[in-house]
Design a protein around this ligand. Structure first.
Ligand code: ADP
Ligand code: MG
Length: 617
């Protein structure tokens, strides 16, 4: 069972990916924090835009974004709005997009580019491929595994579709993680302290607010709110109108339907906006060639006045989310900023006023999600054992088995919700009831773990040990509530218990239990081995006796087997140490090995038939 040290192996790299509506990027764990992976121009953000040129070539990222207005029907952006949704669901959305979305087989949307169509998964995969390539170039090695983030409100279909996109991009998506949880993690909210956090995410075209509760290392999303059509693009739009007005005033004729003009204005507006996050005034000299040129100056006050109604809309969402979470605006522990548009000072100021707490500013808001994803990725890669995983159950859950060991059904760090079913049986003949005792913790022995509760499954018809088939299901729902169900499959008798695992357990206890399990790993392993050995020896004694009662063997063989059985039985009764038990088992194995397998099996089968009065299947 034990083996020598495996050769030191380099762990595979797992990157964290923020697959955004507007921009995507990757990051990797570095030291205590994480760092984003940049391309050769030191750019981390990859615009989530794909362009199919008329010559058939595909461009992804910044260059595709630049082509957006020149090839409006060939440039796909905001694909995240369509992924994992039905054609019917996205109809209204698609009507506002400049590219064509058709409803194909099974009612699923596809994007039409010329004579070809693409699923949202395929397009997301192109973006992921670009992110993967950038990461590989930055790291100088290939990357196969990733953690990918999605909005907290993404449903199962959207999460699955995102995973499928990863597969198409040649990435193994180890886990889908909620964006607000990842962001909180990037800000150092690592679950080691209980509390609440407000995550305010204002990106390019979407706004999400999430209220998180962090308890015993588990992040729970208490409430979400937002606006799927509100973001920095709207700020650009407002500034763009100002620029256009200024141009009209000075040059007279500006063709606002000309895509090149619009592209220039849109780009200029975004540039102005970004400078206004730092400076009180910003101006630009716009050269539109034959369409004219002009200087435009905008003050921050003017900009803030223009966007104030939009910012107030986000504030209303924040108020609603906090209310839905059953919390007070001024009672939140952390205010976390996410998304490029939270660099706008007005946004920060309003949040501060509203919550009475200064938002965290230690992390670049447009990088936070990817950085948090990278930290999660590292935990999943098995490199960080000090950090508790998120949106997951903090401690393993299992059942007491024969002899005092715990069989874990749900392992620590499984994402919630989760469900596992395993089959058990009885240990003693004619047992009509079993007691199921549920334990929480990492240790091998029940006595070292925390007992959560127990219940009985009764009404099992008398059968030889090992024949009843008791399916035990552990189900932890999204709120962390555990429900254990036991069902005897032949008769259908069933019993269940509901437990809240984290109830009453402080995060210090959780941490201690984890540390203990690491510290005692060796001792636990040995204790577990001893129990397993006892169980094995007991089964061998019973099994061989049954077989011998039925098998017809030459007397000398019978004698040798009986002698070995008796010796092993004695060792069991005397609570012998594992080494002696092991020797006893080996001896019994040796003497029974001379008995033909078919004798044993036919004898056992016959025994089972006689005892149950029916075919033993
Ligand atoms: P998403 O999550 O939607 O993919 P991001 O978080 O990358 O988007 O945010 C993109 C938005 O952030 C764009 O509208 C961009 O103009 C805006 N943005 C980036 N930097 C700044 C800044 N310094 N000031 C104001 N807005 C900014
Ligand atoms: Mg984002």
């Amino acid at each position: 069972m034990t083996s020598g040290q495996p050769p030191a192996q380099k762990r595979p790299l797992v990157i964290g990916i923020d697959l955004g509506t507007t921009n995507s990027l990757a990051a990797i764990r570095a030291g205590r924090g994480a760092r984003v992976l940049r391309d050769q121009h030191a750019q981390a953000l990859i615009p989530s835009v794909c362009c199919w040129l008329p010559d058939g070539s595909t461009i992804v990222g910044a260059e595709a974004k630049a082509l957006r207005l020149q090839h409006p029907d060939r440039t796909v952006f905001s694909i995240k709005r369509l992924i994992g949704r039905s054609g019917q669901e996205v109809q209204a959305e698609a009507a506002q997009l400049p590219y064509r979305v058709e409803i194909a087989d099974r009612g699923l949307p596809r994007v039409r580019i010329g004579d070809r169509t693409f699923s949202p998964e395929e397009i997301s995969a192109l973006i992921l491929r670009q992110v993967k390539a950038t990461a590989e170039q930055a790291l100088g090695q290939s990357v196969q595994q990733a953690v990918i983030t999605v909005p907290a409100w993404f449903d199962d279909a959207q999460r699955h579709a995102t995973k499928d996109a990863a597969t198409l991009a040649g990435l193994d998506c180890l886990r889908i993680v909620n964006e607000p949880t990842a962001a909180a993690l990037a800000y150092g909210i690592d679950g080691s302290k209980d509390g609440t956090a407000l995550v305010y995410d204002l990106g390019g075209g979407t706004f999400d607010v999430s209220i998180l509760r962090i308890e015993a290392g588990v992040f729970r999303v208490l409430a979400t709110a937002g606006d799927t059509h509100l973001g920095g693009d709207d700020f650009d739009q407002l500034l763009g109108e100002r620029i256009l007005a200024a141009l009209r005033g000075r040059t007279g004729a500006v063709d606002a339907s000309n895509p090149y003009v619009l592209q220039a204005i849109r780009g200029a507006a975004e540039g102005l906006k970004i400078r206004l996050s730092e400076a009180d005034t910003a101006s630009l000299q716009l050269d539109l060639g034959e369409h004219g040129h002009a200087d435009v100056t905008v003050t921050r006050a003017e900009f803030e006045a223009a966007i104030a109604p939009l910012v107030e809309r986000t504030i209303a969402c924040v108020q609603r989310a906090v209310r839905d979470a059953g919390l007070q605006l001024t009672g939140l522990d952390d205010i976390v900023l996410v998304g490029g548009s939270t660099r706008v000072p007005l946004v920060r100021r309003r949040l501060h006023e509203l919550t009475g707490k200064a938002p965290h500013t230690g992390v670049d808001p447009d990088l936070a999600v990817a950085l948090g994803a990278a930290i999660q990725a590292d935990v999943l890669a098995g490199n960080d054992r000090s950090l508790l995983l998120l949106d997951v159950i903090p401690l393993s859950l299992g059942l007491l088995t024969f002899g005092g060991a715990v069989q874990k059904l749900i392992l620590r760090n499984s994402t919630i919700p989760t469900s596992v079913t395993e089959e058990f049986s009885t240990a003693v003949d004619n047992q009509t009831a079993v007691e199921l005792t549920v334990y929480q913790g990492e240790r091998e022995l029940a006595q070292d773990n925390r007992r959560l509760g127990s219940f009985h499954l009764r009404g099992i018809p008398p059968m030889p040990a090992g024949l009843p088939r008791i399916a035990v299901t552990f189900l932890v729902d999204a709120d962390g509530v555990l429900r254990v169900t036991a069902r005897e499959k032949r008769t259908g008798v069933e019993a269940a218990i509901v437990i809240v695992p984290s109830f009453g357990l402080t995060r210090d206890e959780v941490r201690q239990m984890m540390l203990d399990s690491i510290e005692h790993a060796q001792a636990d392993y040995l204790a577990r081995e001893a129990i397993d050995l006892r169980n094995k020896a007991t089964a061998m004694v019973t099994g061989t006796r049954k077989a011998m009662a039925l098998a017809e063997l030459p007397p000398d063989q019978t004698y040798a087997v009986h002698k070995a059985v008796k010796a092993l039985d004695k060792l069991l009764a005397a609570n012998a140490d594992p080494a002696a038990l092991k020797a006893g088992c080996e001896e019994l194995t040796r003497v029974t090995a001379t008995i033909a397998d078919d004798v044993i099996s036919s004898a056992v089968a016959k025994a089972l038939r006689t005892e149950t009065g029916g075919p033993a299947t």
